[in-house]
Design a binder for this molecule. Structure first.
Ligand SMILES: C[S@@+](CC[C@H](N)C(=O)[O-])C[C@H]1O[C@@H](n2cnc3c(N)ncnc32)[C@H](O)[C@@H]1O
Length: 286
């Protein structure tokens, strides 16, 4: 059941009508993006536990999202966040890491590398590297005709090695997904889009980016916890990771594809993370 405290004041009363239009101010955009994330999580909670109260709450949430401009607004705001003047998109870190940490593997792998860019708000993140990378951008709500409309959670995995990918990118996507179980499913599902780890002339990488507070200020997640969870589903090797001021970047390698039937990662407060002032970012596998 969603928190009662949030129901005391209807969410819609906290929105100013002027917020409906897209704003280019960095502070305002960041504030609205954070608010959109909160609403998205609340929406997932309501949908996970249907009840008359949650149905009413869900309508309030949807109204507020609509007043902000909906997913379409959110996408445009994310695109703005990716613009070069604001630091660019996370693909740059991936490219640098491939060049610095995977030179040997790159030398022996089939070209071009196939990249599945999940939750792509721009179609051309990998265009500068088109001589050695081909990317397939997908998104729930594409902002460009070259981005395929697709819910990754419902996406059918490739049936042949030729159509499988070398790298799956989840950059700032799992934190957007409201339900911790869906986040876990998303990570597990990525494995089916890579070739078998035994194929030596292909890469088997997952590029994961989340906001830094998801790792360093959550009750339910730490760097070590993430590594253990990833290891349990077959991503046993963290090739490289990096924490910038705002983001946590990870490049994982899939080394086996264990069955997840008996794997269980519940939402439970981690030792030393009991205090207040932390966020509730969690990934659940069960
Ligand atoms: C913050 S944007 C990420 C933008 C970009 N990847 C980046 O690194 O800046 C999150 C995107 O994930 C997309 N998304 C969330 N769940 C998804 C799903 N199940 N399948 C495909 N895209 C999804 C949303 O539509 C949204 O455009």
């Amino acid at each position: 059941m969603a928190k009662k405290q949030k129901k005391k004041q209807p969410i819609t009363t906290r929105v100013q009508p002027t917020d409906a239009k897209f704003k280019h101010s960095r502070v305002e955009t960041a504030r609205l993006i954070r608010r959109f994330h909160v609403l998205n999580k609340e929406l997932a909670k309501c949908r996970a536990e249907p009840s008359p109260a949650n149905t009413t709450y869900e309508l309030d949430i949807l109204k507020e999202m609509e007043a902000m401009g909906g997913l379409d607004w959110y996408q445009k705001a994310s695109q703005l966040g990716q613009s070069k003047t604001r630091g660019g998109d996370s693909s740059k870190w991936l490219i640098q890491t491939l060049k610095s940490h995977c030179k040997e593997q790159l030398d022996t792998s089939a070209r071009p590398l196939k990249v599945l860019d999940i939750g792509a708000v721009a179609p051309d993140n990998y265009k500068p590297y088109s001589s050695w990378i081909t990317a397939k951008p997908i998104d729930l709500n594409p902002q460009h005709p070259d981005i395929q409309k697709q819910d990754f959670l419902k996406m059918t995995p490739p049936s042949t090695d030729d159509t499988s990918f070398d790298i799956v990118c989840l950059s700032l996507v799992i934190n957007f997904v409201g339900d911790p179980k869906d986040r876990g499913q998303m990570l597990i599902h990525t494995r089916h889009f890579l070739t078998s780890p035994s194929i030596s002339n292909r890469l088997h990488y997952l590029f994961l980016v989340v906001p830094l507070p998801c790792i360093d200020n959550s009750r339910y997640m730490t760097h070590e916890h993430l590594l253990s969870m990833m290891t349990s589903i077959g991503y046993t090797k963290c090739i490289h990771h990096h924490f910038s001021n705002k983001l946590a970047y990870y490049l994982f390698e899939l080394t086996s594809v264990p069955s997840t039937k008996s794997i269980s990662w519940k939402k439970k407060i981690l030792p030393g993370k009991e205090g207040g002032g932390r966020n509730n970012f969690a990934v659940v596998i069960e």
